[in-house]
Design a protein around this ligand. Structure first.
Ligand SMILES: Cc1ncc(COP(=O)(O)O)c(C=O)c1O
Length: 385
């Protein structure tokens, strides 16, 4: 839950400040707006990048990041078979072809599978860090060798790092979400970050009907060079984002501390396998993943935790929204998948996901809750045998 747990006075003060202005303007490109710009500048500074552009959702952010990178009809975009469906939707909305590939042992894009999936039509690789880092050195090297754009949809991994570098800053462009389940929560919202001026400009244009935002020109005279949509962020949402951003270091630190305590309490269990990492120190506290024997054991585990008042997150209960193997409604529209049994295309990923448990680690956990959750995991593991 992260940022959503801490919404309060600071966010309200930012909104109040907006309303205290002589002429309130809640529209991002209206006269006198400033919260969206301030949020972008502060976010870019926290990430250590030159440019940030805030938009209406995380889905909009990856859509703009890809549009800004020049992805278009017929281009193939390699990504992971385990992700929330949004990046696949964004690739598809641009007329490009999503090419999901199998996971490695860290639950991320397997660099060997990426390399195998490259064709002359491949234009980009979208890495989707799930609260930790993919093997970014290997992915960056593959993209460099094949002249592909490396994109990071880091919606789930704000604040996570790889070898000391913040995720989202390693590829040419990164995107984040601020929905209710993310590190920062603004109601709805998202942002793209990059050091590449051209990608930034084009992504910002795409988010605003193609408006080029040329200085000194009235909006109605603003030219365009490509098509777009309205994916803008409102000033109110940006104000909430400013309040949330002031809490980010606390959120990241607390979740990490909580997760460490829980992991230390359960790491001795012989019948669960904690997921391995490309860089464990850089992983987020937000979510704990481990594997059990099989699907039946995972469902039993979930039921046991539910009985003790603890839910799971994504795995196993929301697999349908996070696995390419069940997305017939989207992938069957493409020739390469139309006559395929999707499930059989990513057997390793399917088996991993079906036997895994994902747990949300809240920021606001007292010692008693941490002890109860740890005890519930231990009891579920013992029951599983
Ligand atoms: C990897 C990834 N990308 C994009 C999104 C979409 O974000 P939003 O809900 O803000 O549209 C999500 C949401 O869970 C996600 O996990």
């Amino acid at each position: 839950m992260a940022g959503a747990e801490l919404i309060g006075r600071e966010e309200l003060a930012e909104i109040q400040e907006l309303f205290n202005k002589e002429k309130v303007n809640l529209y991002r490109y209206g006269g006198g707006n400033y919260k969206a710009r301030e949020f972008e500048e502060k976010f870019a500074a926290w990430m250590g990048v030159k440019y940030a552009h805030a938009v209406s959702s995380g889905t909009a952010a990856i859509h703009c990041a890809l549009a800004g990178s020049g992805i278009g009809p017929g281009d193939e975009v390699i990504t992971t078979a385990w992700t929330f469906i949004a990046p696949i939707e964004a690739i598809s909305a641009l007329g490009a072809v999503p090419v999901p590939v199998e996971l490695d042992e860290t639950y991320h894009l397997d660099p060997l599978e990426v390399e195998k999936a490259i064709t002359p039509k491949t234009k980009a690789v979208v890495a989707v860090p799930m609260w930790a880092s993919p093997k970014m050195d290997e992915l960056a090297e593959i993209c460099r060798r094949h002249n592909l754009t490396l994109v990071e949809d880091a919606a789930q991994a704000l604040g996570a790092t790889y070898k000391g570098r913040k995720l989202g800053t390693i590829g040419r462009v990164g995107s984040f979400s601020f929905d209710a389940g993310k590190t920062l929560h603004t109601g709805e919202g998202g942002i793209i970050i990059t050091n590449d001026r051209d990608i930034y400009d084009r992504a910002a244009e795409f988010s605003d009907h193609g408006h080029m935002h040329l200085e000194g020109l009235p909006r109605g005279k603003d030219p365009r060079r490509a098509k777009g949509l309205n994916l803008r962020l409102s000033e109110v949402t940006a104000a909430i984002g400013l309040g949330q951003l002031s809490k980010i270091d606390f959120i990241l630190r607390k979740a990490k501390e909580n997760k460490k305590q829980i992991k230390d309490a359960i790491r001795h269990l012989p019948n669960i396998t904690l997921r391995p990492f490309a860089d464990e120190d850089g992983s987020q506290g937000d979510t704990l993943i481990f594997r059990v024997r099989d699907r039946e054991a995972a469902l039993g585990f979930e039921a046991h935790l539910m009985g003790k008042g603890f839910g799971t997150k994504i795995l196993p209960e929301a697999l349908d929204w996070h696995f390419a193997g069940v997305w017939d409604h989207l992938l069957k529209a493409y020739d390469r998948y139309s006559d395929k049994d999707l499930e059989s295309l990513w057997p390793k990923t399917g088996a991993m996901l079906r036997s895994s448990i994902c747990l949300n680690i809240p920021v606001l956990m007292d010692d008693d809750t941490i002890a109860r959750l740890s005890a519930a995991i231990i009891a579920a593991a013992e029951e599983m045998g």
